[in-house]
Design a protein around this ligand. Sequence first.
Ligand code: NDP
Length: 381
Amino acid sequence: MFDSAKKEITRRGFMTKLGGGLVAANLAGVFLKDAAAEVRVPDPPGKKLGYAIVGLGNLAIWQILPAIAKCEKSKVVALVSGHPDKANKIALRYGVDPKNIYNYENYDTIKDNPEVDVIYVVLPNSMHAEYTIRGFKAGKHVFCEKPMATSVADCQAMIDAGNKAGKKLMIGYRCRYEPYNQAMIEMARSQKLGPVKIIQTDAGFNIADPTQWRLNKAMAGGGSLMDIGIYALQACRYLSGEEPTEVNAMEYTTPNDPRFKEVEESINFQLRFPSGVLANATSSYGCEYRSHFRVLATKGYFELDPAMSYTALRMRVYDGHELSEPNISPRDHFLSELEHFSQCVMEDKQPLTPGEEGLRDMKILMAIYEAARTGKTIKLA
Ligand code: NDP
């Protein structure tokens, strides 16, 4: 609207200046040249890294593929799926060459495909380690969804495989790459409201289909804690800027609920940090959707609610007198993290959330389970 109105004004001014001396054909030619000079033309894309998306489920189809299509540094060039019909349909939508569609059996032959620079593992949790390690053996960089794996040993094996291959590994902790969580971190570090004392983080939703892999212990590694409690844990760590030294936890699962035959429903955990900051965190598969991070400091508090939804995050700051909402421009979480990883690969830099970050979380997640199981405070190294 604005652009076409501007063009019209330009045209009228131009016609008046010229008067009626020129023939119409000449006028049209001169005008077009002039208008073209005024339109802002984006730069042609620079180099884009080629991504292979491994596992075409909800996250891949509805978040990652649409985000990657908008990236400046990343593009989808290959798909790995157990369902060729689905993969073919997605290939048509995103312009992926059908020769670049793989399945889980011939996945390793991706090593012979020079179009693929990065493997993006979007499989059930228990498959992350295997497909990351195979990805490294194929000579590719790997971007792996959270949680990094289902055990500390698997996380370590993934890091070792990346180091051996000389390739980069990043874990998809999207909240670290979006501006609302970044504003919370900045607020905490700046101490504008004084030193941080307490951190409260909640993550929960009512899980539906009892047959899904998230409720299968072997595939998910655990229940709500592994899936969304990990966001609550991450937030405690990045908002405090410290590593916890002790953890307590309590777990509850509704008896006879058909969803929770193998994994826990809810866990509450507390973390102690070296500076004295205490954190209370919850994760649940049994409550209405909830994602809330709040930091209590000596002169006020600041919070995100919702805190980890894909869109429409809200931040509020209470400075002891009034409540305000900072004006923050949202960014696509997935696009931001993908561009970060591509830039790190191109410039040979360490990503913000490398494998070591996933490993740190996994050690704490296991300590939380141990604390819940034993009822004891677990000390962390
Ligand atoms: P889905 O169940 O929707 O998709 C998983 C896909 O993995 C399937 O569609 C399938 O793809 C493939 N797959 C291969 N083997 C199996 C198997 N035995 N059982 C089930 N699926 C299999 O899961 P999501 O997309 O929700 O989650 C995938 C990963 O992404 C998880 O690790 C999850 O934690 C993470 N995630 C991260 C989020 C974030 O915000 N960062 C949000 C949601 C999920 P195909 O049919 O193509 O073979």
